[in-house]
Design a protein around this ligand. Structure first.
Ligand code: ADP
Length: 197
């Protein structure tokens, strides 16, 4: 079974992902893959340079992610162009990782995809777990983790699809408002129900 793990910023995805790994289930990390596919020399890297020009490169030839980010942030058309290059590359690389884990004999594989719904990658997975937290606590945890001000934290939370909406699409929800033990118990209940343990 291929399970998608998602949520919102600082809702507890990494925390749950670590608990899943402790159960011996492999986790494919979409954020890591998104960085891998634009490394110097990769096909997506070459395509990005072709479309956006060498001015989005740093002196050592790697992608200037900050510069690229600010270009596409203010220009929807360019954002679509970039996504059309990066998303298929991520999809292909994730499928390769799934195949590798399958060949190693794993029956359950988790894909940790923070923007699962936003990036329309739902067809890669059979079931989805959304890690939920109330917005006030989400903001506090985000501020503590990344040293953001109230406004910075809130603007990042508001840039994503609301967690309350994401849980309506989920097969299962982990409520991460309580202790780590409570979160772990919910996870184990779900994995047991789906025969993954
Ligand atoms: P995400 O990966 O979704 O961005 P994290 O797993 O990094 O979120 O969690 C955000 C922050 O909240 C981290 O600092 C983490 O240690 C903390 N955290 C997560 N879950 C809990 C919990 N149940 N109790 C207390 N702190 C938590």
């Amino acid at each position: 079974m291929i399970i998608g793990l998602t949520g919102g910023i600082a809702s507890g995805k990494s925390t749950v992902s670590n608990l899943i790994k402790l159960e011996g289930i492999p986790v494919v990390d979409a954020d890591l893959i998104a960085r891998e596919v634009v490394e110097k020399g990769e096909t997506a890297y070459e395509q990005i340079v072709k479309v956006f020009g060498t001015e989005i490169l740093t002196v050592d030839g790697t992608l200037d992610r900050k510069k690229l980010g600010s270009i596409v942030f203010s220009d929807e058309h360019k954002r679509f162009l970039l996504n059309d290059i990066v998303h298929p590359a991520i999809r292909v690389r994730m499928q390769e990782k799934i195949e590798q884990w399958k060949q190693e004999g794993f029956k359950t594989i988790v894909l940790d995809i923070p923007l699962l719904y936003e990036s329309k990658l739902t067809n890669l997975v059979e079931k989805v777990i959304v890690v939920y937290v109330d917005q006030q606590l989400q903001k506090e945890r985000l501020k503590n983790r990344d040293q953001y001000s109230d406004e910075e934290a809130l603007s990042r939370i508001n840039a994503q699809l609301p967690l309350k909406e994401k849980i309506t699409y989920a097969d299962e929800v982990i409520h991460n408002n309580g202790s780590l033990d409570e979160t772990k118990n919910q996870l184990l209940t779900i994995l047991t129900k789906w025969n993954c343990l």
